[in-house]
Design a protein around this ligand. Structure first.
Ligand code: SF4
Length: 337
């Protein structure tokens, strides 16, 4: 295996991992929680965390690499899907393995932290491509690493003599708030410009503990954004989404994206039909202010980038939606699967 190789395993093999903090927020017994007819927990937090028999079903349209990252890989754990941005997968480790994760087939094979060599390669890539303005430090969850590991990765970006915006993509402040220590806040503040990109899917995730840590990041000059995923049975009601996005906004966290579910293997039970998603978004546009309203989008299946909804819809052909990606390519997205 050379440095740029990585392997997608069986998406059904995503281990179970959750924090006691998250389970306490759920407020329901894990062993005895109520489940629907597919075996999926009815509790919106437990549904994101507990494996269910529904994951065994892989729909024909589902992919092990739903965003086509393999074809955009330019270095070990380094992906370039857009001209101005590079994404690096720091680790496949997470505090909570979200059952709907689109990288669920990849995470188990990347649970170590990115190597020093891969970091040096990242610096070289950034030096060679002056047009790259942003680096997304993603994973897995990069905050499962130690401050020292994170510092080395940030230093690899900062070794390039131009201002590059870092986006740190993490659920840690929400699922393991104690990870946001004063030392971590200082490290991030010293690494600006840096934005923290969270994923918050339900109003119950906005705990007091999280909000205190979020405020410490904001006070240190670190903007916070949330990319929420539209999830069946979890947040696919207008009232839930209005509460989620208005609460994010009033707490200083920008509602950045509402993502239509990706075609990751074993996740069809989480996907909301696109027609329903469009109805919900239409209602949100009436209910929410401009500050509260995220962009509704879907990653083009198989690659091509983010498609804004409804703008990127070309037409509906029966049970298929035809989407135009930013690179002009056309992609099929199923109404239901
Ligand atoms: S924290 Fe992010 S990378 Fe980890 S399982 Fe959840 S969605 Fe996937």
């Amino acid at each position: 295996m050379n440095d740029n190789d990585f392997s997608y395993g069986d998406a059904r093999g995503l281990p179970y991992r959750a924090t006691s903090f998250w389970l306490s927020l759920a407020g329901e017994d894990v062993e005895d929680c109520a489940r629907d007819e597919r075996g999926v927990p009815r509790n919106p937090l437990l549904a994101q965390a507990l494996p269910s028999p529904a994951e065994a079903r892989v729909a024909p349209c589902e992919l092990s690499d739903p965003l086509g990252e393999a074809s955009h890989t330019i270095g070990n754990r380094t992906v370039r899907q857009y001209r101005s941005r590079v994404l690096v997968r720091a680790t496949g480790e997470c505090f909570l393995f979200c059952r709907h994760c689109y990288r669920r087939a990849l995470l188990p094979s990347e649970r170590t932290f990115i190597s020093d060599k891969a970091m040096r390669d990242l610096t070289e890539i950034l030096r060679a491509h002056e047009e790259v303005r942003e680096v997304l430090i993603s994973g897995g969850d990069p905050l499962t690493a130690s401050d020292e590991q994170l510092r080395r990765l940030i230093d690899a970006v900062r070794a390039v003599p131009r201002r590059i915006l870092i986006r740190l993509c993490t659920r840690a402040p929400v699922v393991q708030p104690r990870r946001v220590t004063n030392e971590l806040v200082e490290l991030l503040a010293a690494s600006r410009p840096i934005h923290v990109i969270l994923q918050i899917n339900h109003p119950k995730e906005l705990s007091e503990t999280f909000l205190v840590r979020a405020e410490s990041l904001a006070k240190a000059g670190i903007p916070l954004h949330s990319q929420s995923v539209l999830l069946r049975g979890i947040n696919d009601e207008v009232s839930t989404l209005v509460e989620l996005f208005s609460s994010l906004s009033i707490n200083g966290i920008q509602p950045y994206y509402l993502f239509q579910g990706d075609l990751a293997q074993g996740t069809s039970h989480f996907r909301v039909p696109l027609s329903r998603g469009l109805e919900l978004y239409s209602a949100l546009r009436r209910e929410l202010s401009g500050l509260e309203l995220p962009r509704y989008a879907v990653d083009a299946p198989g690659g091509g980038g983010k498609v804004y909804l409804p703008e990127g819809i070309v037409e509906r052909r029966g049970d298929l939606w035809i989407l135009r990606a930013p690179d002009g390519s056309l992609h099929e997205y199923p109404e239901e699967s």
